[in-house]
Design a protein around this ligand. Sequence first.
Ligand code: 2HA
Ligand code: ZN
Length: 271
Amino acid sequence: MKNILNAPFLEEMKKTTSNMYRLGWDERNGGNISYMLEEDEVKEYLDINKVIRTIPTGFDATELIGKIFIVTGTAKYFKNVEFDPEKNLGIIRIAEDGTTAQLLWGYKDGGKFTSELPAHLMSHIVRLKHDPQNRVVMHTHPTHTLAMTHIHELDDKKFTHTIWEMCTECIVVFPDGIGVLPWMVCGNEEIGKATAQKMEEYRLVVWALHGIYGAGKDLDETFGLIETVEKAAQLYMLTAHMPHINTILDKELKDVAEAFNLDYRKDFLNL
Ligand code: 2HA
Ligand code: ZN
């Protein structure tokens, strides 16, 4: 059996959480990540028949029975993941009943998965329907994106349009746009369902006055989606209070989308 501390998926989780912490997105216990692993890759490092303990998830994820995820721990800090992954991360498998997680590794201080597991698993279920390659759901608190939700209308079309207008690459990176949820209590099934419902249309869902969710095939792609929104939100916050004398016109956004052959939200442009 190989040493799990050297597993590529663990290295990636350490690098990603540290990177996000240093960007200032994941203060204290802010943020959480779930990353679906292949049974074959996990088997190289763990006896997958050995369940350390079982933890109820509190909701039904029948569609994910048998799926294995590495998930950040509740009340744990992104800042600390790289120094003690076995305490701050866990590897869980969704049990036959669909409502229990079997702990295969990690949470070594008796901890458990993030309080946002409902939003993560429900988002995985939806995104997998749209893209069988989807393996990552990521939640974080990027500063400018949050700032923007204080001063911008919380409407999918208007929010996406403003972000697209900020820099040319945005429509190329997320032609499917951004979903926006109003302020809601976090950590429960209701916000999980609302997030997953938006994930039917979008890979990015903003939680007003809280943060953002991203979904993608790997950690890099998912991080890149969120990073691009955050960059545009930063540009917005730098310029929102100033007279605007230049902008990317809707006709030009259409030209970019067509030049890159993108399946984009045409109804989000005013043409
Ligand atoms: O895990 O970010 O939304 C802490 C959070 C909750
Ligand atoms: Zn959060």
